[in-house]
Design a protein. Structure first.
Length: 137
């Protein structure tokens, strides 16, 4: 029988379990997978501090901000405030559940560096090395 104490466990990346929101350059609040599942098809209330370092997110059926299936909410107010405060967009906030107040408290992530995972469309295509074979009839 194998002794599992002599083996190391493979762990998922930390970001896979992290609760966060991102503010995109297209005026979108993008929720992480966990938050997306919690708020999907619900209306939310979002507040931000004057220094924009803290956001509050909670359910609010009377609000007009509705989370779409993809976990996104369109808002220009927050994006404009971030731009006016000279905070680079996209940016990220780490979210923690506050059970006492029944809300998510999101803290600005100073270490976040966005990565562009999409290939540039301006890259030239490499020429075909082998010509297609002629069809025989």
């Amino acid at each position: 029988m194998l002794d599992l104490t002599k083996f190391k466990r493979v762990m998922p990346p930390q970001s896979a379990n992290e609760n966060y929101i991102r503010i995109t350059s297209k005026n979108i609040i993008a929720l992480s997978r966990t938050l997306k599942e919690e708020f999907y098809d619900k209306k939310i209330d979002v507040h931000y501090s004057e220094d924009l370092k803290t956001l509050i997110i909670k359910n609010d059926d009377n609000n007009l901000l509705k989370v779409k299936k993809n976990g996104e909410v369109r808002t220009e107010d927050l994006s404009e405030s971030l731009k006016n405060a000279k905070i680079k967009i996209p940016c990220k906030y780490t979210a923690k559940w506050d059970s006492k107040n029944n809300m998510w408290i999101c803290t600005f992530d100073e270490t976040y560096k966005p990565t562009n995972t999409r290939m540039s469309t301006s890259m030239p295509k490499s020429p075909r090395k082998n010509k297609p074979k002629e069809m025989r009839i």
